[in-house]
Design a protein around this ligand. Structure first.
Ligand code: LLP
Length: 425
């Protein structure tokens, strides 16, 4: 664990799990289950840690909205000075509605539509992170039609394989759909620098997600700085360098990305290049600041022991989609129970609907609460209505304050948009 984070979030006091000073059991009683609980004080600590580590260079923490786009959370992050890394008009809408300064918003993604480009230009975002020649041409055309200049960075693909826990979260190698090859970047920058409605503003890289080792970032940085130097020789100056996100957290008591080690090399390098640094952390800001509280429906014994809970892959898809590990514990473990190896599964009609498989757990009783840890990122954000499930409530804790920041969905929410009058053909 890095400096400055001495205690983990969600401590256990006298056998009862808490968020700050609040008992998780009380929150579950009040808001029902399944329930996401976020510790805003932890989020602040995380942001603060980035701000301090990178204080030696002009920098922007553009929080990656895809990790958790809850409006109240975004509002708080905006107030802490964060910008936003967005990937759709939906995320642009969220970020703006939350009051995040458009001048601190970067728009990433390989498939931006004309509408999305127009809306982002209207909003006055800081930059598009452009992923292909075709996209650059489209941005140029839309900006021309609006009579404005579109600021952009090219997202380059440095062709490095960074160790991520799942192939789906590696993005920096040549076979991924992301970014433009280093060899093509210079040509595109040259072309863009002659276009009246394009403004070359930066350069961007994002090598993957849940990366623990800083070394691949150093390699990506050095590849990028070569391009920056080439551009400089041609009189094309940049304002910022975006090293993306992907900084790994600890899911299983193992190490996490040491942000300070990362900063020790990145800060002087970027400062020397005369550039502003942009970071796009998502998981490392909110990941361990969230738990999913779920209640045991049944304990079923067959070929295996199944602990069947009221939250499953519709609330948290990481275990089944990425083989992601999330620690699971009893919310109240004052009365000890025998440990057994079990599968913790949800109510969805899929064998892939599990939160943990072959996990040694103190066997809970029917009606007991379990907490699934480190689900603040890509938890609710990837939740679905599959099997007619209502997406869960989310609550946010800040010191003494408890806020419901998203109410549990209702049956009417489930059919919203479908209850149209039938038209005769
Ligand atoms: N910037 C870009 C361009 C990204 O594509 C991503 C994540 C981030 C920043 C933030 O990455 P983070 O700091 O959160 O690792 N659903 C997967 C993770 C997908 C990441 C997609 N891109 C998971 O649950 O592991």
């Amino acid at each position: 664990m890095g400096e400055g984070l001495l205690t983990g979030p969600f401590p256990r006091v006298g056998g009862e799990l808490r968020c700050g000073s609040h008992r998780i059991a009380d929150l579950a009683e009040r808001f029902g289950t399944p329930l996401y609980v976020y510790d805003m004080d932890r989020v602040r600590e995380r942001v603060d840690r980035f701000q301090r580590a990178f204080a030696g260079v002009d920098h922007l923490v553009a929080y990656s909205v895809k990790a958790n786009g809850n409006l109240t959370l975004l509002r708080r992050l905006g107030a802490l000075g964060c910008g936003a890394d967005i990937t759709s008009r939906g995320e642009l809408f969220r970020a703006l509605r939350a009051g995040i300064d458009p001048g601190r918003i970067l728009f990433a993604g390989v498939g931006k539509s004309e509408l999305e480009i127009r809306e982002a230009l209207d909003a006055g975002i800081y930059a598009f992170n452009v992923e292909s020649a075709g996209e650059l041409e489209r941005i140029d055309a839309v900006a021309t039609s609006l009579g404005v200049r579109a600021p952009f960075a090219l997202r380059v693909n440095p062709d490095i394989l960074s160790p991520t826990p799942h192939e789906y979260t590696a993005t920096g190698h040549a076979e991924s759909k992301f970014g433009v090859p280093l060899t093509e970047a210079l040509r595109l920058y040259r072309w863009a620098s002659g276009r009246r409605h394009l403004e070359v503003r930066g350069i961007d890289v994002h090598i993957g997600s849940q990366i623990i080792d800083p070394e691949p970032y150093f390699r990506a940085l050095s590849g990028i700085l070569d391009i920056v130097a080439d551009l400089g020789r041609e009189g094309i100056g940049l304002e910022f360098l975006d090293i993306g996100g992907g900084f790994g957290i600890s899911y299983d008591a193992g190490p996490e990305m040491d942000v300070e080690t990362l900063a020790r090399e990145v800060v002087p390098t970027v400062r020397k290049a005369g550039l502003r640094l942009v970071l796009e952390p998502g998981r490392s800001v909110v990941g361990d600041a969230g738990i999913l509280v779920t209640r045991v429906h049944y304990v079923k014994r067959g070929g295996k022991t199944f602990v069947i809970v009221d939250g499953g892959m519709s609330e948290l898809i990481r275990p089944s989609h990425y083989g992601g590990f999330h620690a699971i514990e009893r919310v109240d473990d004052r009365a000890p129970r025998p440990t057994e190896v079990v599968d913790v599964v949800g109510p969805i009609c899929e064998t892939g609907d599990f939160l943990a498989r072959d996990r040694a757990l103190e066997l809970p009783e029917t009606g007991e609460l379990l907490a699934v840890r480190a689900v603040g990122a890509y938890g609710f954000a990837m939740a679905s209505n599959y099997n007619g499930r209502l997406r869960p409530a989310e609550c946010l804790i800040e010191g003494e304050r408890i806020s419901l920041v998203r109410r549990r969905e209702t049956l009417e929410d489930l059919i919203r948009g479908e209850d149209l009058p039938e038209t005769a053909s």
